[in-house]
Design a protein around this ligand. Structure first.
Ligand code: GDD
Ligand code: MG
Length: 362
């Protein structure tokens, strides 16, 4: 079966992480989110992949190429204006024929796709939608089903009083080609607000495949940090420290898992890295610095005695001596926090900004 991965859209909620980096190229445990999705498709025997996207085409195409490195075939369907989730699939119609799958590209999951396909065939469905339970359905698409899993109602981004279930659209669909007839060509059109409600009204067989498997979408930096933490616990193991290459670690540095240390890092004397933590390649953690619960991208420098806790720091940042970056703070690429600053309460700093010494204590 072919799969379309939706990789367009603005990713405004993920800023400043998505300012220079395509949303799907944001590193999760030091690898682009999209790489995880492609490996997941491969594990599920889906090897014909169409990536639908509008911007930052070179970033994605340059990295994944024709997919041969991953044992899959990738072709790119490029939009010249944002076409929406369904418009993007319509735009790739010439590449599709048989029943096919669509994936929101910004999800991380191990929902069982074979079981989902079995249900799709058994029900002779026109559309199957993977469903996952969440705490707050208002930021997703709510999907109400009957006892036989047939979808009764689809409400995208419902208000509180429209929420009738905690099961939401997990962003994975199996579609019969006839669904493409619901999508006009060359206009902005979405599955969530246009196609699914219209197909329901026409009485099409739309089924939900409920799953309790791990699922998250990285819409915001908070969820991005949570995904990294979750995966460290799951795949690296509570106490494990995984080195991805050669790094120089001072004998008096202390590293507690779960942690991943990228290639070519320097971890100085008396510094402490306490998991869950991800350190990108080429990072320098100077003497006495503390990194705990944080995700650092590549080539960051953390000065003497600085402290990073539960924060995300994008590439090429500098955190000066004795500075602190805490509690959900997010730094874009190339940010300089000079010595003696204290950032907390989820402050976000846009790429290329510099904070003078002793300027912020918040
Ligand atoms: N090619 C292309 N073109 N892709 C797009 C476009 C577009 O114009 N717009 C959005 N996408 C991609 C995004 O990159 C993302 O991978 C996916 O489509 C969904 O878009 P989001 O903007 O992330 O939507 P959302 O998270 O608010 O809601 C969607 O996902 C939820 C699950 O994560 C909806 O499908 C909800 O119903 C669903 O619950
Ligand atoms: Mg999303």
């Amino acid at each position: 079966m072919k799969a379309v991965i939706l990789a367009g859209g603005e990713a405004t909620r993920l800023r400043p992480l998505s300012c220079n980096t395509a949303k799907l190229m944001v590193p999760v445990l030091n690898h682009p989110l999209l790489e995880n999705l492609i490996n997941y498709l491969k594990r599920n025997d889906i090897t014909d992949i169409i990536i639908a996207l509008g911007q930052q085409v070179e970033q994605i195409q340059g990295y994944f190429g024709d997919g041969s490195k991953y044992g899959v075939r990738i072709v790119y369907s490029v939009e010249h204006f944002p076409m929406g989730t369904a418009g993007a699939v319509k735009n790739a119609e010439r590449l599709l024929g048989e029943p096919f799958m669509v994936f929101n590209g910004d999800i991380f999951t191990d929902i069982d796709l074979t079981a989902m396909m079995d249900l799709h065939c058994q029900k002779k469905a026109c559309v199957s939608i993977a469903l996952t339970p969440v705490e707050d359905p208002t930021i997703y698409g709510v999907v109400e089903t009957d006892a036989g899993n047939r979808v009764k109602l689809f409400v995208e981004k419902p208000s509180r009083d429209e929420v009738t279930t905690n099961m939401i659209n997990a962003g994975i669909y199996i579609l019969e080609p006839e669904i493409l007839n619901y999508i006009p060509p060359k206009v902005f059109f979405t599955f969530e607000r246009n196609v699914f409600p219209a197909a329901l009204e026409r009485g099409q067989a739309i089924y939900g495949y409920p799953s309790e498997a791990y699922w998250i979408d990285i819409g915001t930096p908070e969820k991005y940090l949570r995904l990294n933490h979750d995966l460290l616990q799951r795949y690296v193991g509570n106490k494990r420290v995984k080195f991805e290459g050669e790094s120089a670690v001072h004998p008096q540095a202390q590293i507690e898992g779960a942690a991943i240390i990228g290639d070519g890092c320097f971890i100085g004397k008396n510094s402490i890295i306490r998991g869950p933590a991800v350190i990108g390649s080429g990072c320098q953690i100077e003497e006495g610095a503390i990194v705990e619960g944080a995700v650092l991208w590549q080539n960051c420098k953390v000065g003497k005695g600085a402290k990073l806790k539960n924060c995300v720091v994008a590439s090429n940042c500098y955190i000066g001596e004795e500075s602190e970056v805490l509690d959900g703070c997010v730094l874009g690429d190339n940010v300089r926090i000079e010595r003696g600053n204290k950032l907390s309460q989820g402050i976000r700093i846009w790429p290329d900004k510099s904070i003078e010494p002793d300027a912020i204590s918040f």
